[in-house]
Design a protein around this ligand. Structure first.
Ligand code: COI
Length: 348
C-alpha cells in the first residue's frame, strides 16, 4: 500500500483551466519512490513541492534521467481513463535499462497512478482537448560526481492539467545539420538529454519562423526521422508514410495507434525511410497532401508548412484530412465516447 499525505491547501481554485500553457501548472499531489540499498522503497504520495538534492547528484552532471508522457481523461459520466498505460510502463523501463537505471515495479506504477488520479481527480476537466498530463520520470539522486551509474534514484509522477500543446499553426524546418541520435545511441529512449539536445536547433528554426525541427538521420541528413516532440507522418496522394522505428526513433504510443487505425480503416500505409528529396519533390508536384505529428502531448498535430534550406512550402487544407480523422477517432476512444475495439483504454 502506498502511503498518502494529503495537502491541506489545494491550488485548484487559483487555476484558470480555460487558459493553460502546456506544463506550467501542477496538481496538488505527486508520487515519489526512492531506490536505495538495491531496491525500490515504499512509494509515497505527498503534496506537490520542491525536492532537496545534493548538488553532486548524478542527474545534474551526467543527465542520468528518463521520463514518460501520459494523459488521464474524464468522460461524460466522470469516469477516468488512461490510454495504453502498459505501453508507457514498458517504455520507461526500456529507457531506464538503456540508461543503467533499475527497472521500476509494475504494481507500484499502476497503484501510484490510480491513487494519484483518485486524489487529484478534480484536476481532470471534461471535454475534448482537456486532460491531465502525467509525467512519470526517474532521476539519479546519488551524490558524487564519479562518472558511473548511480546506486540511488527517485521515481516520480507529477501531473499537469493540459489543453493543446501548440497554441497556433505549426510549421517545421527539416534539419540539414542536426540529428536526434545516432545508431547505437539513446534515441529510442525517452532519455532527458534527447530533448534537451533539441533546444538549440529548435531555437535556430524558431528564428526563421518555424515552431519545430524535423530531425534527419545522423549519417547523411537525407532521411526524415522525427520531430522534437512527436513522430511524423506524411500523406503522399492518399498514402500514409512514416519512418520505421529504430535505435534513433522513439516508438511512439500515438504513432503505433495511428498505424493500427490506418490499417483498420483501409488507409494505405508505408513504413519506410522517407527522404527529404522525396518530400520536397512531392510538395513541388502538389502530391504532398498533409504532414502531421503524433505524440501524447500533441495528440495529432497538423503541420501547415515546412522549410528546407532556403525553400518554404505550404501544405493544402484537405477536406478529407487524415490528421482530423485520426485525431477525432483517437480522442473518441480516449474520452470513452466510442467502443474501444482494441482494448486500449484503462479505467482508473
Ligand atoms: C509527450 O508527448 O508526452 C512527450 O513526452 C513529448 C514531450 C517532450 C512534450
Amino acid at each position: 500500500m502506498i502511503e498518502i499525505q494529503k495537502t491541506t491547501e489545494s491550488k485548484i481554485d487559483k487555476t484558470n483551466f480555460d487558459n493553460l500553457a502546456f506544463g506550467q501548472v501542477f496538481s496538488d499531489h505527486m508520487m515519489e519512490c526512492d531506490y536505495k540499498d538495491g531496491s525500490w522503497q515504499k512509494p509515497i504520495i505527498r503534496p506537490y513541492g520542491p525536492l532537496s538534492l545534493e548538488p553532486s547528484a548524478r542527474v545534474f552532471h551526467y543527465g542520468q534521467a528518463v521520463f514518460e508522457g501520459m494523459k488521464a481523461y474524464k468522460d461524460k459520466d466522470d469516469r477516468i481513463w488512461l490510454f495504453r498505460p502498459e505501453q508507457n510502463f514498458e517504455r520507461i523501463n526500456k529507457s531506464s535499462a538503456r540508461m543503467a537505471i533499475p527497472e521500476f515495479p509494475k504494481e507500484y506504477f499502476f497503484e501510484a497512478l490510480e491513487e494519484l488520479l483518485k486524489l487529484d481527480k478534480d484536476w481532470i476537466k471534461k471535454g475534448f482537448g482537456n486532460s491531465l498530463y502525467l509525467r512519470p520520470f526517474v532521476i539519479a539522486t546519488e551524490s558524487g560526481v564519479s562518472a558511473s551509474a548511480a546506486k540511488e534514484y527517485k521515481f516520480m509522477i507529477i501531473c499537469s492539467p493540459a489543453q493543446a500543446y501548440y497554441s497556433g499553426e505549426v510549421r517545421v524546418k527539416f534539419s540539414e545539420k542536426y540529428s536526434r541520435a545516432a545508431d547505437g545511441g539513446v534515441g529510442f529512449a525517452k532519455a532527458a538529454g534527447n530533448y534537451g539536445a533539441q533546444f538549440y536547433p529548435t531555437n535556430l528554426a524558431k528564428e526563421e519562423g518555424f515552431q519545430q525541427i524535423i530531425w534527419t538521420d545522423a549519417n547523411s541528413h537525407e532521411y526524415l526521422e522525427e520531430a522534437g516532440t512527436m513522430n511524423i507522418f506524411f500523406r503522399i496522394g492518399n498514402k500514409l508514410v512514416t519512418a520505421p522505428t529504430n535505435d534513433r526513433i522513439l516508438d511512439g504510443v500515438t504513432r503505433k495507434s495511428v498505424l493500427k487505425l490506418a490499417e483498420e480503416n483501409n488507409i494505405e500505409v508505408e513504413v519506410r525511410r522517407v527522404s527529404v528529396q522525396e518530400i520536397v519533390e512531392a510538395a513541388r508536384k502538389g502530391e504532398l497532401k498533409e504532414m502531421f505529428g503524433s505524440g501524447t502531448a500533441t495528440v495529432i498535430n497538423p503541420i501547415a508548412g515546412f522549410g528546407y534550406k532556403e525553400q518554404k512550402f505550404e501544405l493544402p487544407n484537405m477536406d478529407d484530412s487524415y490528421a482530423s480523422f485520426f485525431k477525432d477517432t483517437l480522442m473518441k476512444i480516449q474520452y470513452n465516447e466510442t467502443e474501444d475495439l482494441y482494448n486500449w483504454t484503462y479505467e482508473v
